[in-house]
Design a protein around this ligand. Structure first.
Ligand code: HBI
Length: 97
């Protein structure tokens, strides 16, 4: 069982994830990425999907052509957990790569 982050833990996490926005209503973090085209976007989603499956922690996301909107929250914890922070960092590593 994974725990929801405390306010202090969440503040630290958000500081480490400057490209992500906090959704207070859902206790989630979001990021939108725009790629050159659909193939680039879907290639990114494929890389994230493999990481998510390995971590057993999955994003909520939408894809429209070259745009991917990602929301991370932990359903089992009822909000943001360390798993979301770890997946967000892995996503940032792919994008900064
Ligand atoms: N992904 N974002 C997210 N939140 C979860 O609670 C979750 C998940 N992927 C798999 C998963 N939980 C499993 O451990 C089961 O709890 C469904």
């Amino acid at each position: 069982m994974v725990d929801q982050l405390s306010e202090a833990e969440r503040a630290d996490a958000l500081d480490s994830l400057p490209d992500w926005d906090y959704n207070e209503g859902r206790d989630a973090i979001t990021r939108t990425v725009v790629f050159t085209d659909f193939a680039e976007a879907f290639g990114f989603m494929t890389q994230v999907a493999l990481i998510a499956e390995r971590a057993d922690h999955h994003p909520e996301w939408t894809n429209v052509w070259n745009r991917v909107e990602i929301t991370l929250t932990t359903h089992d914890a009822g909000g943001l957990s360390e798993r979301d922070v770890e997946l967000a960092a892995a996503i940032d590593a792919i994008l900064d790569g």
